[in-house]
Design a protein. Structure first.
Length: 194
């Protein structure tokens, strides 16, 4: 069990930093079981997903994808515990995949923990520091997107050539080879998806 994950003790209350005068307080965002929401979520605090959320999520705190919960979109947060499913890319300092958890997407992280049975299908890139604060600031300004050379970057896709009759022809050899490992590997350790 991952109860003592990343130095916390199971069942121990989480300490909250003291808020400066005039500063907004952090809060939790909860998407309950059976709820289906679509959009973009930017949270100053933690997020719990027991239902389905379709869209990108950015959170300054921890994100919990509970068993039966699903996120269909990219995730940017401090840490995430996954007991449900994520269909999208993750950028986080810490990622924990529980035995019932599934990740179908790329991960860019500093620390990874997985229970036996936890499933990850995607590129995993571990770095000493991912510069999370800057990424969250960019996301809050509406500039969230993959950074060049980082996990989650869209690969160059071969575009079909047009034939004289307006029908797409086969992709050229140049276009076909463009997306296949033409981007240098990001700094850190990487495991290629199969």
């Amino acid at each position: 069990m991952l109860g003592g994950l990343f130095g916390s003790k199971p069942g121990a209350p989480q300490a909250r930093p003291a808020q400066a005068a005039g500063q907004a307080t952090r809060s939790d965002s909860i998407i309950g079981a059976g709820a289906i929401l679509t959009g973009t979520l930017i949270a100053q605090g933690s997020v719990r997903i027991a239902g389905t959320f379709e869209g990108n999520v950015t959170a300054t705190g921890e994100v919990l994808i509970l068993e039966g919960g699903m996120l269909k979109g990219d995730l940017l947060c401090d840490s995430v515990v996954i007991a449900g499913q994520i269909q999208g890319n993750i950028v986080a300092r810490r990622v924990a995949v529980q035995a019932t958890g599934q990740v179908l997407g790329d991960l860019r992280l500093e620390r990874l923990a997985s229970d036996e049975g936890g499933f990850v299908k995607g590129l995993v890139t571990m770095e000493e520091s991912i510069g999370l604060e800057d990424l969250i600031r960019k996301a809050a300004r509406g500039k969230l997107g993959p950074e060049p050379g980082k996990a989650g970057e869209p690969q160059i896709e071969a575009q079909p050539e047009q034939t004289g009759e307006g029908e797409p022809g086969p992709p050229s050899a140049e276009a076909s080879d463009a997306g296949a490992n033409s981007t240098p590997a990001p700094k850190g350790r990487a495991i290629r998806k199969s």
